[in-house]
Design a protein around this ligand. Structure first.
Ligand SMILES: NC(=O)c1ccc[n+]([C@@H]2O[C@H](COP(=O)([O-])OP(=O)(O)OC[C@H]3O[C@@H](n4cnc5c(N)ncnc54)[C@H](O)[C@@H]3O)[C@@H](O)[C@H]2O)c1
Length: 282
């Protein structure tokens, strides 16, 4: 159901790769709510051509940009301002990648060149997006910028690897830039800490099927889906959340506040005997 929450609002959406992507769902919902936006992703990912379908459906243009490249970001933001004839209202940063995860490097055997890339793509790029936007004075007063995070920024979760460090940095950037952008321009900067979600990036997380089942059992409301995440993003881009800034907002069905649930304990107990014979690092 649409409420016209984003009628007249213009934005930039990073990170729609295919129709599983959280950013894809956000684009669909934002379009339903009356927003217009520019879609962007890396030149390599655009070669798959799937984004054209979303662009057509939402009446958007696609501007290629590597989120780690300041010149690419400057071109993207300037193009968006030209298209919309002025400043924009919102930005979604839905970008992450870890070569350590992809190449199966464990956290106590990281490749540091890969780690630098993880941090640059998954966290520092958010700073770059904010800094470029501010220097070009691209966002309207009371605009809203949202990035997607994960609870591994606060808690140790098996298998999340160096992405946990990237998410901690991402959330810190939201606070630090949120202060400056809020003070000077009344612009909100927040992160949404989303449940594990089956997407291309999500599938890279070690043991994703077990993790999805575990977090679902642990969460009183169950895992939050990508579509539900899109709903939440829409509220944060809307005028209904104008005093929410510098927050890491959990969108996880309650998982982050749980210790143990009945449903998870039941499942755990079923494997208790077998588990007694397992090694700790299995
Ligand atoms: N899927 C999950 O379980 C989950 C949970 C919490 C948070 N998140 C976060 O949500 C965001 C979106 O991920 P997703 O799950 O939709 O997966 P996804 O794979 O669909 O999206 C990740 C996107 O990042 C883009 N990207 C990678 N490197 C880039 C670069 N250098 N410049 C620009 N874009 C680049 C990819 O092309 C892709 O579109 C990520 O920040 C991810 O960490 C995902």
């Amino acid at each position: 159901m649409a409420y016209n929450l984003l009628k007249g609002k213009k934005g930039i959406i990073f990170g729609a790769l295919n129709n599983m992507s959280i950013a894809w769902k956000v684009a669909e919902r934002a379009h339903e709510e009356g927003a217009e936006f520019v879609l962007t992703n890396t030149p390599v990912s655009l070669r798959f051509g799937e984004l054209n379908e979303l662009a057509e459906k939402t009446g958007s243009i696609i501007v290629p940009a590597d989120a780690t490249s300041v010149p690419d970001l400057e071109n993207l933001v300037k193009t968006a301002m030209e298209k919309f004839g002025g400043k924009i209202d919102f930005i979604l940063h839905s970008v992450a990648m870890s070569l350590n995860v992809r190449k199966g490097k464990l956290y106590d055997d990281l490749n540091y060149d890969y780690l630098k890339k993880t941090l640059d793509i998954s966290a520092i790029s958010f700073h770059k997006v904010l800094q470029v936007s501010r220097k070009l004075d691209a966002i309207k007063d009371w605009g809203s910028v949202v990035a997607l995070s994960y609870v591994a920024a606060q808690r140790s979760l098996y298998g999340y690897n160096d992405m946990a460090d990237a998410k901690a940095m991402l959330e810190s950037i939201a606070r630090s830039f949120g202060y400056i952008y809020g003070r000077d321009k009344k612009i909100r900067v927040n992160t949404i800490s989303q449940s594990p979600t089956l997407t291309t990036a999500g599938s890279g997380v070690k043991g994703i099927d077990g993790l999805l089942d575990f977090t679902n059992r642990m969460s009183p409301l169950g895992n939050a889906t990508a579509d539900e995440c899109a709903d939440y993003c829409v509220t944060l881009f809307s005028d209904l959340t104008r005093k929410v800034t510098m927050q890491n907002l959990y969108h996880d069905g309650g998982f982050s506040k749980m210790g143990m649930s009945f449903r998870a304990m039941n499942m755990y107990n079923q494997g208790l005997e077998q588990g007694k014979h397992m090694k700790d690092d299995e």
